[in-house]
Design a protein around this ligand. Structure first.
Ligand code: G1P
Length: 301
């Protein structure tokens, strides 16, 4: 009998960043709690994990992130008030975020970078493959990206990334991959560089914030020194895995062509809010009418 590769059951959501790009909003509010329409950004990410069957979610938090914990917990006072008013629709909404998944927390004491945040998850994850979802990256809920990545992990073992072609002007904002084709939409990653200098990028394929990782990454992370920005970079550990598959590789990737929003960027955040609002059944129709008129008057001006 052949051993089936262990199934991915756990998701890790790093949420310890300072959110400096959204000051002053993030002075006293975690950036993960900024709403996309009326739902905090991090809830979309936890919903995505739950929809992919990952019912165990570990959020890596830090100082000032208590609102995240409260959001995924019950709020009995609020629930009682809504129930007393007979506002069952809102009662469901308030309960839903507490029922999405078993959400756990670990604190990253010092913000030493994404690689260090992922390493904080090691005791919870143990020796099994796991997913990492970055809250700054929103993927269209209609796109089954994580499913495709988990299938690739079952096929090849090792770790699986998601790449998107962002063009030469944007690539310096991301981890960048050198790849070899495998088949349509699937590549093998041969090298990685975190936020390459202009002209130094091996491709225009950017690492977007979804990862399915082999637990071997923890040993590599523990030995990875500070990289770009003086931080422990997840990209650097994945580079070791990609270049030397004996350390726990290989690394493959899905080339993602669906919609995604890098909500860590103010302009993209606004676009995400507008597009999610347009798609909503409740506020969508009136908002789309207003948007058409607004765009027409802006064009005329
Ligand atoms: C992180 C990663 C980077 C990746 C990006 C995706 O960067 O380090 O490799 O491309 O997320 O959003 P950050 O956005 O935290 O600077």
């Amino acid at each position: 009998m052949t051993d089936l590769p262990p199934r991915v059951r756990k998701a890790v959501v790093p949420a310890a960043g300072l959110g400096t790009r959204f000051l002053p909003a993030t002075k006293a509010t975690p950036k993960e709690m900024l709403p996309i329409v009326d739902k905090p950004a991090i809830q979309y990410v936890v919903e995505e994990a739950a929809a992919a069957g990952l019912a165990d979610v570990l959020v890596v938090t830090g100082r000032g992130k208590r609102a995240v914990e409260d959001h995924f917990d019950r709020n009995t006072e609020l629930e009682a008030a809504l129930a007393a008013r007979g506002d069952l629709a809102r009662l469901d909404l308030v309960r839903a975020s507490a029922d999405l998944a078993a959400v756990h927390y670990v604190r990253q004491g010092v913000p030493r970078g994404l690689g260090d945040a992922v390493l904080c998850a090691a005791p919870h994850v143990g020796d099994e493959p796991f997913a990492v979802l970055l809250g700054d990256d929103l993927v269209d809920p209609a796109e089954p990206l994580l499913d495709a990545m988990m299938r690739l992990r079952e096929e090849f073992g090792g770790s699986v990334l998601a790449l998107a072609d962002v063009g030469p002007r944007e690539i310096g904002r991301y981890g960048c991959a050198a790849v070899e084709p495998v088949r349509d939409g699937v590549v093998r990653v041969t090298d990685l560089v975190e936020k390459p200098e202009p002209g130094r990028a091996p491709s225009t394929l950017a690492v977007i914030g979804r990862y399915v990782l082999d637990p071997a990454v923890f040993d590599v992370l523990a030995k990875t020194g500070p990289g770009r920005g003086g931080e422990i970079q997840l990209t650097d550990a994945l580079r070791t895995l990609a270049r030397d598959p004996g350390t726990g590789g290989p690394v493959h990737a899905v080339v993602f062509t669906g919609r995604r929003y890098d909500t860590g960027d103010c302009g993209e955040y606004l676009r995400a809010v507008v597009q999610f609002a347009c798609r909503r059944d409740d506020v969508g129709p009136a908002f789309r009418r207003w948007l058409r008129e607004f765009a027409a008057s802006a064009a005329a001006a």
